[in-house]
Write a protein that binds this ligand. Sequence first.
Ligand SMILES: Cc1cc2nc3c(=O)[nH]c(=O)nc-3n(C[C@H](O)[C@H](O)[C@H](O)COP(=O)(O)OP(=O)(O)OC[C@H]3O[C@@H](n4cnc5c(N)ncnc54)[C@H](O)[C@@H]3O)c2cc1C
Ligand SMILES: Cc1cc2nc3c(=O)[nH]c(=O)nc-3n(C[C@H](O)[C@H](O)[C@H](O)COP(=O)(O)O)c2cc1C
Length: 668
Amino acid sequence: MGKEKVFTPIDIGTMTLKHRVVMAPTIHEMCYGGHPTEAYLAITDTYARSGVSMVCVGGATIDPGPTGDVFPNALSIASDECIFGLQRLAEVIKAQEAKACQQLYHPGRAAARYWAQTDPEMLPWGASAKVPFMAAPKWEITKKDGKWSAVNVMPPAPVREIPEGEIERLVRMHVLAVLRAKKAGFDAVNIHFANVTLVMDFISPYTNVRTDGYGGGWENRMRLPCEIVQATRAAVGKDYPLIVRIPADQGLGEAGIQLQDTLRHVVPRLEEAGVDAIDLSAGVLDHTPNKIIPPMYDARGCYLNHSEAVKKVTKLPVIVAGRLCDPRMIAMAIENDRCDVAALSRPIMADPLMPKKMMAGKPDDVRMCVACGYCMSEAGWTKYCAINADSARERTFPKIEPAGNPRKVLVVGGGPGGMEAARVLRERGHDVTLCEKEAQLGGTLRVAAAGPLTREWRTFTRWHMRQIEKLGVRVRLGTEVTKELVAELAPDAVVVATGSVPCRDVPGADQPIVVTEEDVLLKGTAIGKKVVVIGGAFWDVETAINLADQGKDVTIVREADSVSMNRLGPIRALPILFGMLQAKHVTPLFSTKVVMIEKKGVRIVDNAGIAGFVEADAVVLSTGRVANRKLLDELRGVVADLHEIGDCVKPRCVADAVYGGRLVGSRV
Ligand SMILES: Cc1cc2nc3c(=O)[nH]c(=O)nc-3n(C[C@H](O)[C@H](O)[C@H](O)COP(=O)(O)OP(=O)(O)OC[C@H]3O[C@@H](n4cnc5c(N)ncnc54)[C@H](O)[C@@H]3O)c2cc1C
Ligand SMILES: Cc1cc2nc3c(=O)[nH]c(=O)nc-3n(C[C@H](O)[C@H](O)[C@H](O)COP(=O)(O)O)c2cc1C
């Protein structure tokens, strides 16, 4: 792949990038008091070593006040005290001969996420007071009749309209921040006018209903970003590269910024104001987070249509991000002039050697991001990656180093945990046998990957299979490991990764109409048209949608009225899925309990105590999983060096299985 256009240089103003694959701005909540920690420097070093031509450090706030941040532990560029930490970040990047770029922004409304206030004088700024922020967590922790309850109510968080006098200060804050980035040694800045920013709220008709010179038509709504660019240019001179990030489409339909507006009103004005490149994002944090960070439901390269259109209205280089995880797709997009520069965030988190592998002509070795949402979830929040356990653990994880004393290791179970353990063990030089009782590798993930909505999981299994084969792991499919087989193979160590089995803890689960997700999604067991999915697992709503895609008439019954953000994050959360449920005519019966599965359906009761009966030809259990510990129990006390990882410890998710596999792989 090395000679393709993707690996040719490109100029952004006076800065030359040695090729066209860059790290997109990626915030990591790894700071203290706005200053980067050693861990932040370490993850930045990982990105710099990936082979990208430029690393754009994620958003740093320009406002030193309490309404200046969206995320705790995020980076600041709001005062001169920040320059030292920023210098170190720039240095880490430039040491690897990549260009260093710093993104900066004012969060506006989104500060409500961090700064929940009711005092009108203390509210976060918005372009107008009309539009509250909708994603501010607020816990109501109350005690009633001696019992505590805690609910995250997420009420609309009010904002105050930024007065005209303060707008000048806002412009100055942007300019000073750019000057600090320059002083810290950054080769360029990325001024953030998208996703979570006050400036975006000025541009968007959705949030800007001002009646002064900054509100009204496009000319007025574009005044603030253009003034910021002009003022910054005046301060840094004509040679300092200024990149702006804009939302090509906010995903709000006619209410917000749409692609045609970006083409007609936004890009031409910014070009005239003096920017050097346009960087395209999409979405709004509190309404369409799935547009900012598209989930696996979206196609790879889902924003190349945006960049292709923008390229037609500007001479400036156009940078785009959004599921550019496939090396061949990136090369082709650039070859075909669909974008000038490919910006990668999660793909580099998933495989920090991706650009180097592309350049070495090894695209099939890239561990492609599957857009599972874990990095956005409560568990993974902005730094951990489900499929690359090393992400953000540079300082804590043991390196994958040759085993001093290569041993014979048996890994039981070919799910994500077992495959990862086998890969790492073999890479270290151990003699590894991986036994899987089914005819294929992939484990429970094969069930997840069987539905159209979540098919992308296959990519991960494919990557593991290729690595395992290349490394020379001995794979025995269709082999159920028993105590006797372990005795026969006589390994020095055993890693048990036997996963989990479906939970059947529902009254009436032994009725003949009851089937598992595995039956209907993977094995294609024939069932009738009317299906009830009993939920509870964090992926249950997706199972319902996957079944509706098979033409089934689906009702989902679940006790909770929300989907836990703990593992899937906001990009695969219920508000995002709700539209899909409606589009596929799935009937949601939330806050509803299953009383009993009967011969011809399910008896239910909702939280108001109203009872009912839903007829069904089949009832699919998506209630969760139970650890499969049979072999473990048999081997305990028999095998001296015994390890357990993944769902057989406790059913959780891919990230936990991969984490366990990676750690045990370097411990044995
Ligand atoms: C429908 C569905 C959707 C899901 N979606 C997601 C998601 O979006 N994100 C997420 O993070 N997680 C998801 N999960 C959960 C995820 O699949 C599991 O957490 C993960 O697969 C656990 O990995 P593991 O390696 O521990 O076990 P498993 O994947 O269960 O693998 C265990 C393997 O061991 C084999 N085995 C068992 N006993 C033996 C034996 N004695 N000898 C040989 N082989 C044996 C089994 O056949 C199996 O292949 C989903 C699960 C389901 C069912
Ligand atoms: C952990 C994480 C942090 C992010 N931080 C920022 C940020 O600080 N500024 C920004 O403009 N976009 C941010 N993004 C969005 C990315 O830059 C990118 O536009 C988006 O993730 C889609 O690209 P991808 O598919 O390559 O991840 C972030 C994304 C992730 C996953």
